[in-house]
Design a binder for this molecule. Structure first.
Ligand code: MG
Length: 373
């Protein structure tokens, strides 16, 4: 464990767990949170959930699981350099996507539309619901009974309406207070990871080309550097070296800029972090370059017709499943029928959100295809 800065979250200043437990031996409270997340069923399901490309499209594309591991790696590096709590960052980053539906954002949008009359569906809130309620592993409680700070970091966004129902962890959205620096940095680690791996996956899929990316400042700058140093490098390695340079630049810039922000704001405790403006961030120049890259990915990858076609099928699948279950709840597995009696349509959302891509595809066939299965 690195030496913690005065503004870091520590086991001493932690607000603790909802249910008190005996202190862990041989590991910190936040290591215990991380371990509980890794042992959860929802974490294992991330392996078969879409990041951008649906799982069956290829073996080398990122899944939610490999994405989460990359976010954790980047997050830990930054935390160590800033004197922040690495174990907490690791727990938050590994859990940050636990509530995602199958088929990525298309699945989430579809489920949100289906749930409109019943309170909507927010994947951040669902991630919290997974660790607070849905995991069934422990004798003494539902969920994972994680520390307040881990839960605070998982709940990146939430609507005001839902924040009011969440108790302590929802308060900061109503009072406009900032979360810990560990939570703030987890968001940036997420952004650094997906911008870079989506470039990699986009190139591998052939949906975007190196030629197109030469028009994007941050990519072309690093590509030129690699070409100068290694003119004869095969293209695939050239891409890896370019992305390696980009990640390094982004991580370094984030550490430098955040260090300045923390100094300028004279933050000297965790309490002052909550009252200060957001302190983790890129320099203006890198922020602009990141925005350019994001826009490029939106226009050329996320809106590529092949991605849009897959998203449209995903939307259709989720919508059909939801409609079938809500018009005949006896189609639900028995335990979800019982949950429906208690919680209504939220039980259907929980069932669908928990599915992996391939489970959702199979369930669709089981409901709508008259074939042996
Ligand atoms: Mg993510």
């Amino acid at each position: 464990m690195n030496e913690l800065a005065v503004y870091a979250v520590s086991c001493e200043n932690s607000r603790g767990r909802e249910l008190d437990e005996e202190l862990p031996s041989g590991r910190s409270e936040f290591q215990r949170d991380r371990d509980r997340i890794i042992h959860s069923a929802a974490f294992r399901r991330l392996e078969y959930k879409t990041q951008v490309f649906v799982n069956h499209e290829g073996d080398l594309f990122r899944t939610r699981l490999t994405h989460s591991l990359e976010v954790a790696q980047i997050g830990r590096s930054i935390a160590r350099n800033l004197g922040l709590n690495e174990d907490l960052v690791e727990a938050i980053t590994l859990a940050h996507d636990l509530g995602h539906t199958p088929f990525g954002h298309a699945g989430q949008d579809a489920l949100n539309e289906c749930m409109r009359e019943y309170g909507g569906f927010e994947h951040n809130l669902q991630s919290l619901r997974v660790v607070d309620v849905l995991e069934e592993r422990y004798a003494a409680f539902d969920g994972l009974n994680l520390c307040y700070e881990t839960r605070e970091g998982i709940l990146k966004h939430v609507s005001r309406k839902n924040a009011q129902k969440l108790g302590a962890v929802g308060e900061r959205f109503l009072q406009r207070r900032r979360p810990s620096l560990e939570a703030q940095l987890a968001n940036f680690a997420d952004e650094i990871a997906y911008n870079n791996h989506d470039v990699d996956d986009g190139l591998r899929s052939g949906l975007i080309t190196l030629g197109q990316l030469e028009g994007v400042a941050i990519f072309s700058h690093h590509l030129e550097q690699v070409k100068e140093k290694h003119p004869a490098l095969p293209e695939r390695r050239m891409v890896y070296e370019t992305l390696r340079g980009m990640i390094n630049t982004l991580v370094t810039d984030l550490i430098q800029q955040s260090t300045c922000n923390i100094k300028e704001a004279k933050v000297d405790s965790l309490a002052t972090v909550h009252m200060a403006p957001p302190l983790i961030g890129f320099s203006q120049q890198i922020k602009k370059q990141q925005q350019e890259l994001k826009k490029f990915l939106l226009d050329n990858l996320y809106r590529h017709f092949r991605v849009v076609r897959m998203s449209s099928k995903a939307h259709h699948t989720i919508e059909k499943l939801f409609t079938a279950f809500s018009s005949e709840t006896k189609l639900l597995p028995t335990q979800y029928q019982k949950k429906f009696d208690q919680e209504g349509h939220q039980a259907i959302a929980d069932y669908i959100a928990g599915m992996t891509d391939r489970y959702a595809i199979k369930e669709y066939q089981r409901l709508f295809a008259i074939v042996e299965n």
